[in-house]
Ligand binder design. Structure first.
Ligand code: SAM
Length: 395
């Protein structure tokens, strides 16, 4: 069969994006209001403009609703290895044809699928860049995040007002760490794997710049490792290093399997250990806390910091990668804005917060530690930390 080129393609047809440029055509989430048509001269115009702005926030929930419904219905899996028409899709997925067209229109509006038209026939497909994020099984699949939304987050957000009214204290008045269960973490940890590569890039670049223990047999402890991707990517980059990831039983199973898949299984040990109850073992050179502190209360942060200080080698390094607020008075960076909203999502799902840099500094000082660098990464900041008075990075 001779392949004809489509007469029109609407979707992610962005040359700069396709060629690997980090520049996005859209400013983050695609805007749904054309503010060029909204004047702001009179008081009433300003009010109406503001209403458009708030309304655009209020309909933010349309995005997960549309994307997650498409996942639930099997739309993405159906498009995994073909382009198809609405008629074909709704016949196979047993959905209503007109309603399916509406759903596909929503996905198209968010730029999640592509639409092509040839000789009057409209077909839909998945853009190649988005396939792994939308389909299950891949290292960077967001299906776990969608399941987490389904099982935890949607209900949590409905109750945010209650959480604000009462806080996250239990009946005896104690502040609670985040209450997400081990089963829910099975979904969530794989759904946040995509955060790891740029963060490990930033960390590796900083370590390479200082030459910190590059060719030494460094021991890494990945605390609450999830799938273990942070330490596993470090093992890929530093062949002399070994890592131990500690987490709950179901999660360690995921981490061990992933280490094998990535080819670092012989240098990654997954250990089932509760970081509150059990000892932290031998002295270690590098301790990683990726996305752990936002689950904590101030008291539990302090406890974790002391445990880390106890096992950190004299010239060792702690790396915290988290949602850390630097400028809460003027949240103009994406990192600060994301962190401040992340705090709300922690509250909604039962505890935790996004703490400020100055709060971290106080906790570090109390544990005999000190910050040696703050690094910026997408949706995160990294704190590099050593024992107080013993700068671990050669300068
Ligand atoms: C938000 S996830 C972060 C996972 C991973 N570090 C990452 O950034 O992808 C938090 C992890 O901490 C683990 N965790 C929570 N409480 C723990 C505890 N008491 N002992 C060991 N692991 C725990 C959870 O099971 C989960 O895998």
């Amino acid at each position: 069969m001779v392949e004809q080129s489509p007469t029109s393609v609407i979707g992610l047809d962005d040359r700069a994006y396709a060629s690997g440029s980090p520049t996005r055509r859209d400013d983050s989430v695609r805007t749904l209001v054309d503010f060029n048509y909204l004047s702001a001269t009179t008081g009433e115009q300003k009010t109406v403009r503001a209403a458009h702005q708030i309304y655009e926030h209020l309909i933010g929930m349309w995005a997960p609703a549309v994307i997650e419904a498409a996942h639930d219905l099997g739309v993405f899996s159906w498009l995994a290895d073909r382009s198809g028409t609405v008629e074909e899709m709704s016949a196979e997925l047993q959905t209503d044809q007109r309603a399916t067209r509406v759903l596909l229109g929503g996905l198209l509006a968010y730029g999640v699928i592509e639409r092509s038209e040839l000789d009057g026939e409209v077909r839909y497909s998945l853009p190649s860049d988005f396939r792994q994020a939308l389909l299950p099984g891949g290292t960077f699949s967001l299906v776990g995040k969608m399941l987490h939304d389904r099982h935890v987050a949607w209900a949590g957000w409905r109750n945010l007002g209650d959480a604000v009214r009462h806080g996250t204290r239990d009946q005896s008045g104690n502040d609670r760490t985040n209450q997400i269960s081990e089963t829910n973490y099975e979904d969530l940890t794989s759904g946040i794997n995509f955060w790891a590569p740029p963060i490990v890039d930033v960390l590796s670049a900083a370590l390479a710049e200082t030459g910190w223990k590059k060719d030494e047999a460094v021991s890494v402890l990945d605390v609450g490792c999830g799938t273990g991707l942070y330490s596993q990517l470090l093992l890929e980059r530093f062949p002399a290093w070994k890592a131990e990831g500690i987490d709950a039983p179901r999660i360690i199973r995921l981490a061990t399997a992933q280490a094998e898949r990535l080819g670092v299984g012989s240098r990654f040990t997954g250990t089932v250990r509760d970081f509150w109850k059990d000892g932290w073992g031998e002295t270690v050179d590098l301790i990683l806390f990726a996305n752990i502190f936002h689950l904590q209360t101030p008291d539990s942060v302090q406890k974790l910091m002391r445990s880390a200080a106890d096992v950190l080698a004299p010239d060792g390094l702690i790396c915290i990668a988290d949602q850390i607020v630097v400028d809460e008075a003027r949240p103009v960076t994406a990192q600060d804005r994301f962190a401040m909203l992340f705090a709300a999502s922690m509250l909604a799902t039962g505890g935790g917060d996004a703490y400020t840099l100055s709060a971290y500094d106080q906790w570090l000082a109390e544990a005999g530690l000190e910050r040696v660098a703050v690094l910026e990464a997408p949706m995160h900041r990294l704190l590099l930390i050593g024992h107080a008075g013993r700068h671990p990075l050669p300068v």
